[in-house]
Design a protein around this ligand. Structure first.
Ligand code: MRU
Length: 366
């Protein structure tokens, strides 16, 4: 499977050269609809209300959101105001801050129309880098899957949430190696955690695996442990919203429990992410802000009625809390998979940032 054409990507500049088209993920898999983002306010709403989601795509959408803001007002005040607006949309995925800082650095030397043009060039470069990076992650991860393949047997991979083309700009992170394995003729089957409360697995991962012709089965979030005990999972492969300096991994709520079950059953637990998800300024998972979302996401569930309407029903009257992410300690991660390769720690992959050399590494885990 090749990366989607720019026109099919989860995010793309439209033909007018300035507005931005995104896939409306709230409608999938029932309807495939795109929305045209024409203002920074719309871009911020799209991120906040999860019309789009997934750490790399959040970063790319924020980047273009800043372009839209600068197109309306390219002043320094507008730059700072809109960086703050976009930063406040979702707190956990570090790609958001990373993308905004990259655009800010690119536009600061310029003014007026040149500043706007520089912003769009930088946003396009962010997207192109993600596409290339996803392809490289796919290639490195392919070797892991190949290593697990045995003659006459299907490789069973368990994944959580959606870390595929819909969450990124290219092939995806955790799903990229699966697409490459499928394309290479390795028999692969994916256990797809439904991923309550928003069901990104059942709705989005299953949708995109199905489109690519990859064999998959949706399971409840609680089924993975049993499947691992039965020897029906060869590896877990998940994405990440933030990886801290000591290798702790923040990902969709439920990931940690899979990592615990994987360790207990001797199943390798791999985390795939682009360098833009690495946060060397955060020493460990304790420094991550975990997004708390609306409890209504827990107390209700949405789906398609027999008459084809999208509907939401309540499943309880009780009080609920809704932490959106959890932290998997580095000690439970078998290997990290980025565009640079596969390694036992992010540092070993050569993801070097100034902060790494300025501060001692904190190897403690949660
Ligand atoms: O809340 P979401 O849907 O934005 O969370 C997404 C995830 O947790 C993904 O697994 C993660 O961002 C990796 S995306 C390549």
């Amino acid at each position: 499977m090749n990366p989607p054409d720019p026109g099919d990507r989860s995010i793309a500049v439209t033909q007018n050269g300035w507005s931005v088209s995104v896939l409306d993920q709230r409608q999938l898999p029932w309807r495939v609809e795109r929305i045209e983002l024409t203002s920074v306010a719309m871009a911020a709403q799209a991120i906040r209300e999860m019309w789009i989601r997934g750490a790399p795509l959040i970063g790319a959408t924020a980047a273009y959101g800043l372009c839209l803001a600068l197109r309306e007002d390219s002043s320094d005040a507008s730059l700072e105001r809109n960086v703050a607006l976009l930063l406040a949309t979702r707190p956990t995925a570090v790609n958001l801050r990373w993308a905004l800082e990259r655009i800010r650095a690119a536009v600061q030397p310029h003014a007026g129309a040149a500043r706007v043009a520089a912003a769009y060039r930088c946003a396009a470069a962010i997207c192109d880098d993600e596409v290339r990076g996803n392809r490289a992650i796919g290639q490195h991860g392919l070797e892991l899957i190949r290593g697990a393949a045995k003659p006459g047997r299907t490789v069973n991979v368990l994944t959580h949430c959606n870390a595929g083309a819909l969450a990124t700009v290219g092939l995806g992170t955790a799903l990229a190696p699966i697409y490459r394995a499928h394309e290479s003729g390795i028999p692969v089957h994916v256990w797809v955690d439904e991923t309550r409360p928003r069901n990104q697995g059942a709705l989005l991962t299953a949708y995109e695996l199905g489109r690519a012709g990859v064999e998959h089965t949706v399971i409840t979030d609680n089924a993975g442990g049993l499947l691992m005990q039965r020897g029906e999972v060869d590896m877990c492969l998940v994405g990440a919203d933030c990886v801290t300096r000591n290798g702790d991994v923040c990902n969709k709520i439920g990931t940690y429990l899979k990592a615990l079950a994987a360790r207990d059953n001797g199943v390798p637990f791999y985390v795939a992410f682009p360098s833009s998800t690495f946060a060397p300024a955060l020493a460990s998972g304790r420094d991550i802000i975990v997004e708390e979302r609306d409890p209504a996401e827990v107390t209700s569930i949405s789906g398609l009625t027999p008459t084809g309407e999208l509907a939401t029903v309540n499943i309880t009257r009780a009080r609920a809390v809704n932490p959106a992410f959890d932290i998997t300690p580095a000690r439970l991660v078998s290997a990290y998979l980025t565009e640079r390769g596969v390694a036992g720690s992010p540092q070993a992959l050569g993801i070097q940032f100034e902060l790494l050399s300025q501060q001692p590494l904190n190897q403690s885990s949660l």
